[in-house]
Write a protein that binds this ligand. Structure first.
Ligand SMILES: O=C(CO)[C@H](O)[C@H](O)COP(=O)(O)O
Ligand SMILES: [Co+2]
Length: 221
């Protein structure tokens, strides 16, 4: 099954609750929240108070993507604010196992994120401990960037490892996803797709979301 996670980074922040409700009604499966600190990435976005504000607005799981240095210092705040998934970059974690355990200790599903250039070997020894692996298909920091195709073979490589080991881990893709780029990623074994500009920068969000999802599902048939 293909799940679409609209990224609110591309939403209209002056009416964020309505934007989230609109994509929920349109068939979204998760809400993706991009947290940037101006250090790990060259942009600043939102913190736990936005997660807390959105928690009563939607029944969908809140997928919190931390693009921050020292994530350990903020995990409790994001967990208490209502995150369902917290994903951390392997490139930002000095003690990845400790960070993943910390996320789980708050009853939140942990995931690990790889930048486009990071090899999957960096996360092979944490697979047993995570619920999700997120592949960046743009360099993190901004919405609306172009999809980096060279990430796709890594997705297939990891998907094969997950199958071989019989693990129950979902693969999520983030960056430049639209009805074309979703296809090779779904073929490679990914099941959760973040889409920001391809959904929020359109007139008809429902149509955009459903077209992207249908394109992803078409390869599963
Ligand atoms: O993590 C991100 C950027 O760092 C965003 O989730 C991602 O860029 C989504 O936006 P778009 O679909 O417009 O590429
Ligand atoms: Co993201």
């Amino acid at each position: 099954m293909i799940k679409i996670a609209p990224s609110i980074l591309a939403a209209d922040f002056s009416k964020l609750a309505e934007e989230v409700k609109e994509v929920e009604a349109a068939g979204a499966e998760l809400i993706h929240i991009d947290v940037m600190d101006g250090h790990f990435v060259p942009n600043i976005t939102m913190g736990p108070i936005v997660v807390e504000a959105l928690r009563p607005v939607t029944n969908l799981p809140l997928d919190v993507h931390l693009m921050i240095e020292n994530p350990d210092a903020y995990i409790e705040q994001f967990a208490k604010a209502g995150a369902d998934y917290i994903t951390v970059h392997v490139e930002a974690c000095r003690h990845l196992h400790r960070t993943i355990q910390l996320i789980r200790s708050f009853g939140v599903k942990p995931g690990v994120v790889l930048n486009p250039h990071t090899p999957i070997e960096h996360i092979l020894h944490i697979l047993e401990d995570v619920d999700l692996v997120l592949f960046m298909t743009v360099n993190p920091g901004f919405g609306g960037q172009k999809f980096i195709h060279s990430v796709v073979p890594k997705v297939k490589q990891l998907s094969d490892v997950i199958k071989e080991k019989g693990l129950n881990i979902e693969i999520e893709i983030d960056g430049g996803i639209n009805e074309e780029t979703i296809i090779p990623c779904a073929e490679a074994g990914a099941t959760i797709f973040v889409a920001g500009s391809a959904i929020f920068n359109t007139e008809n969000r429902e149509e955009a979301l459903q077209r992207i999802k249908a394109a992803g599902e078409s390869v599963l048939k």
